[in-house]
Design a protein around this ligand. Sequence first.
Ligand SMILES: C[S@@+](CC[C@H](N)C(=O)[O-])C[C@H]1O[C@@H](n2cnc3c(N)ncnc32)[C@H](O)[C@@H]1O
Ligand code: SF4
Ligand code: SF4
Length: 298
Amino acid sequence: MSKVIRFFRFLHDFKKGSSFPRVANYEITSRCNLSCEHCYCKKNPGAQDHLSDEQWSEVFTEHKARGVTFSFLTGGEPTLRMPVIEAADHIFNGLAIASNGVIKVPEQIRRRLFISLDGPPEVHNRIRGKDVFDTVMNNIAGDRRVIVSPTLSTTNYEHIDELIRITRESGVEGISFSLYTSHVRTDDPLLLKGEKLEWVIEKLLDGWKKNRKLFFMTPYIINLLRNKPHKNECFFRGSNFISFDARMQEKKPCVLGAGVNCATCGCIVPMISYALKKMNLRSWFMLNRMFPTRYFKA
Ligand SMILES: C[S@@+](CC[C@H](N)C(=O)[O-])C[C@H]1O[C@@H](n2cnc3c(N)ncnc32)[C@H](O)[C@@H]1O
Ligand code: SF4
Ligand code: SF4
């Protein structure tokens, strides 16, 4: 299908709405094989598997029948539930997986993979745990399904250039940055703000200029990080999106969970959605590169 037809179909579907959301996020497990410095999952105790593989399959089948056309699998660490990933791969038309990359997603799962990478070896390992960097790099080398997804905080923001270089040298498809989002209202030592935030925005704009094919962000999206206007009309809070935790309880206001401070939101997904809603064409074409037709099933 031509890019133009896909664009208008997308806009039509997006505005039409439906009785059940079209995009769903599933935390298929609250367990994880890492314990990262910045992770919002630490705010959701009780890490275990609440649903069996079969129950997840039933949920996916029912939700697809009710209108879900695109789903995100996350956690916890979703690769700890590989049979659930395989079931989702069979059921959903559109699917993407967010993972820490410690366990490789089998090649036959032809879907977009967002793999967390938070810095060069010593920084990534400090945030995510000893020796994790080498494991992840071995698992993603040359894998074009992969978009590297750093989360920038005060711990790692100075390593943007190295992250871009590592991404280019690894042979994956590209990189897309998010910013740490806070659950507190007062001073959060990990939160990027003021001069540091401004420095990050300029660095990302420069990175985009020099690495356009590698970047899964646009200048429009990068500039949203300054005032975060997407917080006021967030896609995650709209009727087209729904998020479930590992117990299959609806998660509000979004995947980041109760108590999140939207004024600090640096999540790439609502920023992309905001850019599309504002008809930023460059962001649409970027989305088309992020989710090309080869990652959808009929
Ligand atoms: C919760 S993890 C789940 C998937 C997988 N375990 C991983 O690490 O990629 C999904 C993404 O959320 C990011 N993340 C965790 N806590 C965050 C926070 N407070 N603000 C922004 N992003 C966060 C992680 O760095 C990761 O890239
Ligand atoms: S690997 Fe993912 S889910 Fe696990 S602690 Fe790190 S950010 Fe959180
Ligand atoms: S924190 Fe969640 S609900 Fe709030 S603006 Fe960000 S994505 Fe939307």
